[in-house]
Design a protein around this ligand. Sequence first.
Ligand code: ADE
Length: 231
Amino acid sequence: MKISIITLFPKMISGFFEESIIKRAVEKKLVEIKVVNLRDFAIDDYGTVDDRPYGGGVGMVIRVDVVYKAIQNLKSKISNPKVKTKILLTSPRGRLFNQRKAEEYSKIDQLIIIAGHYEGVDERVNEFIDEEVSIGDYVLTGGEIPAAAIVDSVVRLLPGVLKKDEAIKQESFNIKGKKLLEYPQYTRPEEFKGIKVPKVLMGGNHKEIEKWRLDKSLQETKKRRPDLIQK
Ligand code: ADE
């Protein structure tokens, strides 16, 4: 898989990909991550990429022609027409990102993520992208953290990235194929400040443990995220 992130602040995200699991995935060539500086496609030698909004208002709007040039530059490097490509724009106005979306994106050959900024990006950019994506109902200063969050959740789903593929199958939002939260986990010590590890986990009866875990997943989901059950 190849992921390109178009951003005005490359340094804000490149460090993120140089650590831990993502770094290992890049080294193992399971994913190629490219951080593209939008300013390389500026309209002039001053590095202009934005302008004042038509109709007035505060802030600056990123120009559609600049974003278009950056997208075309990445697309021109794909020689095989069969390569499945998806172009995303991060924005608080986008559709909410979730685990299902992460799974969908992990099956794409080439993902291009445009990190939105300032007061926004010229609306006409929507003609050249596939989806506008939000990572939650709150506003961040820019699209770099959302882009990093999307990349992280997608890359960890790629085959061979996590040590045990099993780790992906049983986790929050995917418990036995259901949208549930993960069951509680315990490790040593067996007792801490009078709080004991549930007996069933110490017994070694795998059927019972599995049943207990599913029950707990259901209970915890009902308590913490009843909206997931309703869905
Ligand atoms: N840019 C600013 N806030 C955002 C959010 N919540 N999701 C995606 N992009 C954003």
